[in-house]
Ligand binder design. Structure first.
Ligand code: GLA
Length: 355
């Protein structure tokens, strides 16, 4: 089915947004640090037009479901429609002169959901971009990213950072998107052509996502209080005075973020200088820190990471918010066939994706 078949008219605005993989820099965005994601081929596309009914009509191809509503009240059971309602709420709030306009909305997406590659940000960014185009509001891509983050934080209620929305709104394929999450200044850096980044889906749905994510967020804010710092991102590893935190758990969480920030800065230099083996080592260190200090990995994920390394990857790590989802591995192109052959012994080919 398509927009025309369903709504019997053509759409008048359409925008897409891509999923992302974070190459390195986990939970460093809302702590005022740095991240290094890149875009994936998976994408969400939204088509819209206004309708003559008294309600919004939103169809999702993936859920094969149409939802109709005329208020922006969030549902009680984490429904996908909340992201659409949240975008409308935030968009109208930002544009008080635009009257409430009932729309037909058609959503199609190739992004696996709940796997840590930012399906929700791509949904919000593509919808907000479509609204921006439909209502001619001329918002910049950065403004769209900020609005999409507001949807997550103020409407959905996840204390997320700005990484996913920024890269989804602004990123370019085959470029790493280095972002300073405080100033929102970014650099696009070409990825090495003789290396492959490959994702393996652990197929673990990130059920704990919202509660565990918010818990980690609060622990890191606690660490900032202990250290008397506005942001952990401003603390270099050599300045980190562990004695100031007399809570073992908070200390571990802070250690992850402070060392991770330093790794992102180093990883950026490695790509620029073509030192890709060192980049791989940093990915491995990042995973250890994410698993041990941040305790955001799972057994299945750790196993994929370990098998990926023994199969020939230079580096491998869990990507995204944590608690399951995708891993990302870095493999030299000459070793790629062998790596994939090995991995296929353990994992279904349909769970392995080349970037
Ligand atoms: C999720 C959030 C991001 C970021 C990552 C962890 O994807 O949306 O803002 O915090 O987790 O790095």
């Amino acid at each position: 089915m398509g927009f025309k078949e369903l709504f019997k008219v053509d759409f008048s605005a359409s925008c897409s947004a891509h999923a992302r993989v974070n190459l390195i820099g986990e939970h460093t965005d809302y702590t005022g640090g740095f991240v290094l994601p890149s875009l994936l081929n998976f994408q969400t596309t939204i088509q819209i037009d206004k309708n003559d009914t008294k309600e919004y009509q939103v169809y999702s191809e993936n859920f094969n479901e149409i939802k109709k509503f005329n208020d922006f009240i969030k549902s009680k059971n984490n429904d996908w429609i909340d992201y659409i309602k949240g975008c409308l709420f935030v968009f109208y709030d930002e544009n008080k002169h635009i009257p409430n306009t009932h729309l037909n909305v058609y959503i199609s997406s190739t992004i696996p959901m709940g796997r840590g590659i930012s399906s929700s940000s791509a949904l919000c960014v593509s919808f907000l971009k479509s609204l921006n185009s439909f209502f001619n509001t001329n918002f910049s891509d950065k403004h769209i990213a900020i609005l999409a983050q507001k949807v997550e934080r103020n409407y959905i209620g996840v204390s997320g950072g700005i990484m996913d929305q920024m890269v989804s709104a602004i990123g370019i394929h085959r470029k790493a998107f280095f972002l300073d999450c405080l100033s929102l200044k970014f650099e696009l850096i070409a990825l090495p052509t003789d290396w492959v980044f490959c994702l393996v889906d652990s197929a673990v749905q990130r059920n704990l996502r919202e509660s565990a994510y918010n818990e980690r967020y609060n622990q890191l804010k606690k660490a900032e209080e202990y250290l008397g710092a506005e942001y952990l991102g401003s603390i270099k590893p050599e300045q980190f005075d562990e004695n100031k935190i007399n809570d073992e758990l908070i200390l571990k969480r802070a250690r992850h973020v402070i060392t991770e920030n330093a790794r992102v800065l180093e990883a950026k230099e490695c790509i620029i200088n073509g030192d890709i083996k060192s980049f791989g080592n940093l990915m491995n260190e990042s995973h250890q820190s994410y698993a041990k200090d941040f305790e955001a990995s799972t057994e299945d994920v750790d196993l994929i990471v370990a098998k990926s390394i023994t199969s020939g990857a230079e580096g491998a790590r869990l990507t995204g918010g944590g608690f399951g989802g995708f891993t990302v591995s870095l493999i030299h192109k000459n070793k790629f066939d062998e790596w994939k052959k090995n991995m296929k012994k353990f994992y279904n080919e349909k769970n392995i994706f080349e970037m």
